[in-house]
Design a protein around this ligand. Sequence first.
Ligand code: 5BU
Length: 266
Amino acid sequence: MDPASIWGKRWLNCNQPIAKKYMEVVCKKQSLVVLAADKSTMDELNQLVEDVGDYISALKTHVDLIEDWTEEKWLKFISHTKKKNLIIFEDRKHGDIGKIAKKQMGGIYNIKAWADLVTAHLISGPSILDGLEESWKSINRNGGVLVLAQMSSEGNLLKLPEYTNSAVELSKKHAICFGYIGNGSRPSELIELRNIVGDEKMIWTPGVNLKVEDGELGQRYGNPTNAIKAGSDGIIVGSGIYNTKNPKEMAKEYAEISWRALLERK
Ligand code: 5BU
């Protein structure tokens, strides 16, 4: 599958290196699924990726959820994900000033060494993007930042148009900006976000589930097809896949739905 014909304007205008790689992986795997692998042990995480790895294009981690984490186990896991051709995305939700965010990419978890993408709030201003960029540059790796422009949870403070507009304005021209997190549970808000962002950046969306209803502790869900048609380029799905009887079949179903929606969007 030729990414230029599948992605259209997005392929032409979006030149961030990891974004280009992601669009190619999506075409190979015919899936826009970003798995939110919110597991608590290394065995559970390995098993989940083993089961669904062929049907997802990116893997979203929360490294600090893992109870039996060791560097050795983690690096082995990461090298396994590379064999499955997955973009690795640590949903770190950075929020500190640039020089601290840079240091936080190191430390015990040393995120800069294995993550292709991280999330960041722009609440502290744009220096956070410089800090994250410097951290990857220091070890000659390419990375990208997904800026939180919206969130999926009930009552969040990332309001349209004020907060969202400012977050996009402050980050859009920054080379490290891979794209934005948009609210997958509300297609009308996503359409507004896509209008603000234009075609040069990715929008990935959590809060997606085939069961459109309110989730646990303030999570809200929307339908995957609607999210993609409203401008999402990656559907972040966690419990909708791993909390089911057959995660492999479920991942396959989300993959097929997402690919069809992308083809229909053109
Ligand atoms: P779920 O099981 O599909 O509800 O998991 C959603 C995941 O996406 C979970 O890892 C959250 O940390 C993540 N998330 C979210 O749900 N909403 C947001 O606005 C952002 C991230 Br940003």
